[in-house]
Ligand binder design. Structure first.
Ligand SMILES: Nc1nc2c(c(=O)[nH]1)N[C@H]1C(S)=C(S)[C@@H](COP(=O)(O)OP(=O)(O)OC[C@H]3O[C@@H](n4cnc5c(=O)[nH]c(N)nc54)[C@H](O)[C@@H]3O)O[C@H]1N2
Ligand SMILES: Nc1nc2c(c(=O)[nH]1)N[C@H]1C(S)=C(S)[C@@H](COP(=O)(O)OP(=O)(O)OC[C@H]3O[C@@H](n4cnc5c(=O)[nH]c(N)nc54)[C@H](O)[C@@H]3O)O[C@H]1N2
Ligand code: SF4
Ligand SMILES: [Mo]
Length: 761
């Protein structure tokens, strides 16, 4: 339970910005760095971000360009790295001074501000405080608890996309050798809908475009994504697209600053000039309206083809590479215009204008993020996006394709390494062959499944390798109760967070090295590898002195834990893996397709690219072809008086971790408990700008979930929508409200009402 240290009382609001980055971005990055660090450390960290011999930015998964600038990072990358490289420390004394209950009463912001974790800590049954424990004792205890379970499926191994490839590979190897596929991860709550939709239609759950394709495209859709804040360097790429004559259409319920205009802080003209207008057309869509929009565009394309046969669709591509066209076309032609306009909140003219842009464009890319994936109809929406691209052959040729923009820096790599509760049998067979054991075939639980398993007493040990599961998960009260029911919760972490204060009967904190920390093992200095959103795999080398001499790397922690838990049961040389990470990569090369000769190829500056078969016209679907699908759209129609709330990120946070109380581009200052609503929706409800309200969600289960004390902010949002920050609003997302097929919590589609809080006295 976190406190409501009601910062909304300090709220000040200025008009939303109409451009992103520029001089303030540079100034904010340096100001933040200097607050956290010395000048020397700041210089060392910033000079090493995203350089071929330095470390990968621990922020988002946007790729580095081939020709790297010496400042190859954005304002937020600098904030993320400096948050990790802080000189503040959480010591044993700190835990002696603060009880767990007391820590649980502080805010997420405060917990993160305390600095880097420095030594292993334990909470014993009935204990009120964490106390120090040696690494050996911690591993023995954890191994004993794991071995004492009635079934390996009573253990859960969660990961977040910060984990590097080597550690991710070892984690899934250990879990499977132990006997379970229970590998829930942050991806379950993030791009899972993209994975399912792309796997089914194109045969691979990854994006198909490279940075060169982005530069080369005629038309790029940026849908359900806020790149100015969440993938800032994507704006430099879009600027290049514009310079090459490309056009950009943004689809979003909010007029996000980065979608409007960009001032490139790396270029003189960005610093002094007006910057580049990004979106040529902005569609202020209703929440959840995207499936209707793409279906309408598909209907218009089919009708344009009727009017000018042979001039609109790419028949040759459709015939050679796809199945299901006829059924799809029949279905899409029936899209009802009244329903489309109601679902999207757009005008017919707006949709026709986009259609005309499409007709003028040979090379089209669709980029998207959480605005599509975290909706009940996320999977069918992305399938409809694929239909749209297939119609004109916009898959597999330069300047065209699908671009799900990933969140965490290595979230895509973790999946490639086998962190998924549903890895295909082929992968499990290869793993078993390589290491001489039989991995369990039965699927494990995902993130939502993990909460249910803990809640119902089916899971008893939770191991979090990076991340902050308690705050990332939906339905905070249910999740917290579920965690507290566990016999043992273990967090492998760099910094303090809510998952340390909401814990099981026994709890362990295992502090680890971050991306920027030097990783020295018996064979010498080690590097790790990551895969970005465009399937480029490259090395990352920590350059700073570790935050504490007692830290172990994630690889070392997993090796020692596996060795003690499994003994000789599985013939794996864990000690050798810990001594020399090259030996892990040598085994990855033999198990994971595309990683042949891994060590040699990753030694090349910039690493190597994992080709996407789609770009060679190869589709790993059952038919061997890309698949057209028929998708029905159901509208998100809240009852009268209710709104569709999305929970989203501010400019000053990294996922569950607020760095400050500001959201500069949206004009929100000194507060996070705010809810942004269109002024007309406020007027209809008799609410006024600045009013104090409780946000209350209602759902099928009849339970009313309440997030108290939010300030209303009149905001140019789409009618019927509301926006407030995550994780403060996770309490409102019902555990069972998930996307069809992908099981992703519907963090962008929560039905709420705003209840005025009666003035005190
Ligand atoms: N600074 C910073 N960078 C980050 C992160 C961070 O927390 N901070 N997190 C990282 C992670 S893990 C991820 S997954 C990414 C997330 O990147 P984004 O997906 O950009 O993140 P959100 O803040 O969730 O924003 C969702 C966007 O979708 C829009 N949206 C909401 N509902 C709809 C809808 O129904 N239709 C459409 N078309 N749009 C909609 C919102 O208005 C918002 O612009 O960012 C990564 N990068
Ligand atoms: N309501 C709502 N909920 C959401 C979302 C939303 O939009 N709305 N977004 C979802 C999405 S897209 C995601 S990806 C998840 C994010 O979920 P997570 O990935 O679980 O959360 P993070 O906030 O990224 O985790 C931060 C913690 O990771 C640890 N950490 C940081 N760096 C390292 C490292 O190098 N190694 C290790 N071992 N630990 C490290 C630190 O202790 C830090 O406190 O949240 C999801 N939840
Ligand atoms: S765009 Fe993403 S990866 Fe690049 S510097 Fe910024 S936060 Fe880091
Ligand atoms: Mo994410």
């Amino acid at each position: 339970m976190s406190t409501i240290e009601d910062p909304s009382d300090h709220l000040s609001v200025t008009p939303p910005k109409t451009w992103a980055a520029g001089v303030p971005a540079v100034a904010h990055a340096i100001e933040y760095s200097l607050e956290e660090n010395s000048v020397r450390r700041t210089a060392l960290t910033l000079l090493n971000i995203n350089q071929t011999k330095g470390f990968d930015c621990p922020g988002c998964a946007w790729p580095e360009p081939k020709h790297r600038h010496k400042n190859e990072y954005c304002e937020n990358g600098a904030k993320h790295i400096n948050d990790e490289a802080t000189t503040r420390r959480v010591t044993a004394d700190f835990f002696r001074e603060h009880s767990i209950a007391e820590l649980d009463g502080t805010s997420d912001y405060w917990l993160n501000q305390q600095g880097r974790l420095t030594e292993p800590m334990i909470k014993v049954p009935g204990g009120t405080h964490y106390q120090p424990i040696s690494w050996d004792e911690a591993f023995d205890l954890l191994a004993d608890e794991l071995r004492g379970l009635d079934s390996p499926d009573e253990a859960l191994f969660y990961t977040s996309g910060r984990l590097n490839n080597e550690a991710a590979f070892l984690l899934q190897l250990f879990a499977r050798a132990f006997g379970t596929n229970n590998l829930p991860d942050c991806s379950n709550m993030c791009h899972e809908s993209s994975g399912f939709a792309l796997q089914e239609t194109l045969g691979i759950g990854k994006g198909s475009v490279s940075l060169d394709d982005i530069y080369d495209a005629d038309l790029i859709f940026v849908v359900g994504q806020n790149p100015g804040t969440n993938h800032p360097r994507m704006l430099s790429a879009l600027e290049e697209t514009k310079r090459n004559g490309g056009t950009i259409v943004a689809v979003n319920p909010l007029p996000e600053a980065g979608l409007i205009r960009f001032k490139n802080p790396q270029k003189a003209r960005g610093v002094i000039g007006r910057g580049t207008a990004i979106a040529d057309q902005f569609l202020k869509i209703r929440p959840g309206g995207d499936l209707a929009l793409f279906q309408a565009l598909n209907r218009l394309l089919l009708e344009a083809e009727d009017a000018a046969p042979g001039a609109v669709l790419d028949h040759e591509f459709i015939r050679r590479n796809t199945v299901g066209f006829e059924a799809f076309a029949e279905h899409a032609r029936k899209a009802d215009w009244n329903d489309v306009l109601a679902a999207t909140g757009l005008t017919l003219e707006e949709i026709v204008e986009v259609h005309e842009r499409v007709l003028r464009s040979k090379k089209v890319i669709v980029c998207w993020a959480m605005g599509l994936t975290q909706q009940k109809h996320g999977v069918p929406t992305i399938r409809e996006v694929v239909n749209f691209l297939l119609l004109r052959g916009n898959i597999g040729r330069p300047g065209a394709g699908v671009c799900p923009v990933r969140g965490h820096s290595n979230v895509q790599g973790d999946r490639t390494m086998g962190v998924w509760e549903q890895m295909p049998q082929e992968f499990l067979d290869a793993l078993g062959r390589e290491f001489g054991f039989t991995p369990p075939a039965e699927h494990g639980v995902d993130s939502v499944g993990a909460i249910r398993a803990m809640r119902d007493g089916r899971a008893k040990v939770f191991v979090g390798a990076a991340g902050n599961f308690v705050r990332a998960a939906p339905d905070s009260d249910v999740t917290e109760e579920a965690m507290r029911r566990c016999r043992l919760t273990v967090q492998i972490s760099t910094k303090l967070n809510r998952s340390h204060t909401v814990c099981g009967e026994i709890a362990l904190i295992l502090p680890t090295l971050g991306r920027s920390d030097r990783d020295l093992q018996a064979s010498g200095e080690q590097f790790v590898t990551v895969e970005d959103s465009m399937s480029d795999v490259h090395a990352s080398r920590g350059r700073l002195d570790p935050a504490s001499p007692s830290l172990l790397s994630e690889v070392a922690i997993l090796c020692r834990l596996a060795r003690r838990t499994l003994g000789d049961a599985v013939p794996v040389d864990w000690e050798e893996f810990e001594r020399d990470y090259g030996t892990i990569r040598a085994r990855i090369a033999r198990v994971v397709p595309g990683f042949e000769d891994f060590n040699a190829r990753v030694a090349a500056p910039g690493g190597f690219h994992l080709p996407n078969p789609v770009n060679e016209g190869v589709f790993h679907t059952p038919s061997g072809k890309a698949v057209f699908t028929c998708n029905d759209f159901a509208m998100l129609t809240p009852p009268t008086g209710y709104l569709v709330l999305q929970s989203l990120r501010s400019h000053d946070q990294w996922n569950t971790v607020p760095y400050a109380m500001n959201d500069r581009y949206r004009g929100i200052h000194h507060a996070r408990r705010v809810v942004m609503v269109n002024p007309e929706d406020l007027a209809e409800r008799g609410l006024s700008d600045g009013e104090l309200v409780d946000v209350v969600s209602v759902w099928d289960d009849g339970v009313e979930r309440r997030a108290p004390a939010f300030r209303v902010v009149a905001y140019p949002a789409a009618r019927g929508s509301a926006a407030a920050y995550y994780p403060e609003t996770n309490v409102l997302v019902p555990l069972d409200s998930v996307a069809d097929i992908s099981n992703t919590p519907t963090s962008k589609g929560v039905i709420v009402r705003l209840e005025p809080v009666a003035a005190a006295g």
